[in-house]
Design a protein around this ligand. Structure first.
Ligand SMILES: [Zn+2]
Ligand SMILES: [Zn+2]
Length: 195
């Protein structure tokens, strides 16, 4: 399935670069498009200030966040979700707000003209990727890669064939300029990026 055309109106900021070694932390990101303010993967970090301080330096607060996206359901990517009391929360199968659980498929769902979810299972059956249109091209926030340095094969993947197929799907996206992986700094995909 193809993703739809995104406007190039969003700006992206990495709040925290994750890692997975003796300690584990999620890469936590912030996307702004018009009135929509999104946090992607508010998971494990050394402390909440690791997410909130960089957010405040962008003239935002925890209460100004309108949407939170979970790339998948593992705690290292979800643990700090309650920092954002006004947000609705998105995963592969629903939107959650206060006590409302609204079923919907993630594939093709748009949070704004520049922000779209696609379903990219493999690491788990419930993985999604957030595609964001910016002035310089499309940014993909995804757990299909842990970091620019690997691992080439995801040791925890529930379905490796699916994972590789979805890596190829993301790498084939036109105007793709940056991948924001699950546990590392953003990187520019090139021929050495494992597919
Ligand atoms: Zn995971
Ligand atoms: Zn992870």
């Amino acid at each position: 399935m193809k993703h739809s055309e995104l406007t190039r109106s969003a700006e992206v900021h990495i709040l925290f670069n994750g890692y997975a070694d003796a300690h584990v932390a999620s890469t936590v990101s912030f996307v702004r498009d018009g009135d929509v303010r999104v946090i992607i993967d508010p998971g494990m970090v050394p402390n909440p200030a690791a997410i909130l301080a960089p957010l405040i330096s962008l003239d935002e607060t925890a209460t100004s966040i309108t949407d939170v996206v979970f790339s998948h359901h593992h705690p290292d990517h979800t643990l700090n979700a309650a920092l954002f009391p006004n947000a609705r929360f998105h995963d592969c199968w629903a939107i959650y707000k206060d006590d409302i659980w609204q079923d919907r498929p993630a594939e093709g769902f748009q949070l704004s003209p520049a922000i779209q979810l696609i379903e990219t299972p493999g690491h788990t059956p419930q993985d999604i990727t957030t595609l964001v249109g910016t002035r310089d091209g499309v940014v993909a926030f995804t757990h299909l890669w842990w970091s620019a340095d690997g691992p080439e094969e995801d040791p925890l993947a529930t379905d490796l064939a699916q994972l590789h197929a979805n890596r190829r799907r993301v790498l084939a996206i036109g105007q793709l300029r940056l991948i924001v992986p699950g546990h590392g700094a953003p990187f520019t995909p090139d021929e050495k990026t494992p597919s």
